[in-house]
Design a protein around this ligand. Sequence first.
Ligand code: MLT
Ligand code: ZN
Length: 454
Amino acid sequence: VSAAGLLARLRAAVGDAHVLRGGLVAGYDTDWTGRWQGRPVAVVRPGSTNEVREVVLACAAAGVPLVPQGGNTGLVGAAAPADGEVVLSTRRLDAVGVPDPGTGTLEAGAGATLQRVQDAARAAEFEVGVDLASRGSATVGGVVATNAGGARVLRAGTTRQQVLGLEAVLADGSIVTRMSGLPKDNVGYDLVQLLTGSEGTLAVITRVLLQVTPRPPARATALVALDGVPAAVELLITLRAGVAGLDAVEFLTADGLELVVAAGRARAPFAEPAPVLVLAEAVGLDADTLVEALAEAVASVSGVRDAAVAASDADRARLWEVREAHTEVLAPLRPVKLDVAVPVPALAAFVAELSGVAAAGGGHPVLFGHLAEGNVHVNVLGVPPERELDVTDAVLRLVAAHGGSISAEHGIGRAKREWLHLGRSAADIAAMRRVKAALDPAGLLSPGRVLPDV
Ligand code: MLT
Ligand code: ZN
């Protein structure tokens, strides 16, 4: 099949208006770190599951690889196209249902933004458990395809724990559907869980069924200034032990805060800068009790320099902005971005050694992330381009040496596949290859992602 033949078939499948080329592919061809950019054959925007199927079959017939893309907020090059790929944008698959109180589920098209799905849940006094800073652009299809983590994993688990079903188109055009929402449904292999976190390499997810739970009536948030990482870990342990309904424990450092303040995204929360700040949030029946519980935990930890506690939505949002603005503020500085996790007991040692590793590569680390999971977003600034790979390698080896994960929540994509062996055994990787070969023997879906070349 010629390129013209492929384009004609794609246009027939989705309509001329939804096959984008030339200048219209802007926004789809580059990820927003600016690190992953390609020249796609076209961006195709199917409007139904059957149209997705037609697009998959057209690409298969032409032997042209395709990459599914949701909100294009990924950070590891999984959804941004390489040269010569077709981008299958799910953004038109954006129907959002209403929560079903009988099953505690909410159905949404893969291309609906997380924010819209959260709003739909909230309108019926429910909530979805997954939340992340890019909620306004990230789609639920992408959230599922990456098994997104985010800031609420402590109470709700990762996306994996909240996906009760999905529909997806496989590389051969067949459509798998598990949308019953039955909490007990042990019929054979769990394809929903296999496709969750598969980063576009095994299927195109078209619909998802997410768990919803009753929305807690009250929330309270504390921002705490601390002496250093050991004090932050002590606070985490105290919060875990003493605060029922603990929902998030995040952290940032003085350097990151300074950048956020300089960018005008937040005001300095405390008169004196502190090395580490922890943001903790709890949910429950009434705000006063939560504020009290948070304050009590904070008061019992040594190394606390200052603290602010908030219960109103507006005040809480201001505290969260200090943390959530980090990614956008850091992006123009083109950091070497490495999402990793280490066991909480190893966190202080890991952070201490990280500075040396970054300095050896000519850089300086700005750290923030999800303290509760030991999930550190390592952003190394000032690394000369020719040393970026060395810094990446050194940081990921340090993570592995501390018993951590080289990808806590962002996935592997194209960015980390060469380091897969630091996180999985040879037997694991061989099994993954067999799964990929079985479901996508021609390598049609998102080639060059997750698995290293043989
Ligand atoms: C976050 O927690 O803000 C995100 O994972 C994004 C990032 O790492 O920059
Ligand atoms: Zn994160």
